[in-house]
Design a protein around this ligand. Structure first.
Ligand code: SAM
Length: 196
């Protein structure tokens, strides 16, 4: 479309699609129903690899169904994204987070949590290629959401400006608690350690 000020989810995809290259390895930190996993699998192409994490088996099943023929370029991992370094051992071309709970799930109390979210972002920043981006769609309308938002904002603001550029993007006139976007661009190689 010719819209410039996209809503948050399409805008995060746009940022990722402008940086990720075919053949690269990327991470979907919150597979959910597989929307971003499918998108990433398309971007990296046949020779690329997507590592998709979720702590709910039902989410990985939904994602697998959605992927259909693209399954062979995706590793579906039933574990917390905080353990990403156990599975991903090469440099990555990008990563996406979509925080909060899985829409339409049986148990809506299963949500992303501040400590594991921050640990995952920090580890992924270490693996990220220079000039690449991590997108984080943040929901703060549900119970626990404000706590995660505040911890996350404190963490990203503590990152050194010589290491990364951190931007926040949001539409201000949307109803019903829409997400806002945090985008982190790595601008030089650095040693990542959890700072919060
Ligand atoms: N992007 C997904 C989509 O396209 O459908 C939606 C993601 S949903 C908002 C958030 C997901 O994060 C849920 O499926 C939830 O199970 C998952 N999650 C929660 N904590 C997690 C963790 N520590 N590691 C990985 N996934 C987690």
């Amino acid at each position: 479309s010719d819209i410039l000020l996209h809503r948050v989810l399409p805008f995060s995809k746009r940022l990722i699609s402008e940086t990720v290259l075919p053949g690269e390895t990327v991470v979907d930190a919150t597979a959910g129903n597989g929307n971003d996993t499918l998108f990433l699998a398309g971007l990296v192409g046949e020779s690329g690899r997507v590592f998709a994490f979720d702590i709910q088996q039902a989410a990985l099943e939904a994602t697998a169904n959605r992927l259909d023929k693209l399954n062979d370029r995706v590793a579906l991992i039933l574990d917390s994204h905080a353990n990403v370094d156990k599975y991903v051992t090469r440099q990555i071309g990008g990563a996406m987070f979509n925080l909060g709970y899985l829409p339409y799930a049986e148990d809506l109390s299963i949500i992303t949590k501040p400590d594991s979210t921050i640990e995952a972002i920090d580890k992924l920043l270490g693996m990220l290629k220079k000039g690449r981006i991590i997108t984080i769609s943040v929901y703060d309308g549900h119970e626990g959401g404000a706590k995660e938002r505040d911890a996350l904002l404190a963490y990203v603001k503590s990152l050194h400006q010589a290491d990364v550029h951190v931007a926040r993007y949001e539409l201000l006139n949307q109803r019903k608690n829409p997400p806002f976007l945090i985008a982190i661009e790595k601008v030089r190689e650095f040693e990542a350690v959890v700072r919060v």
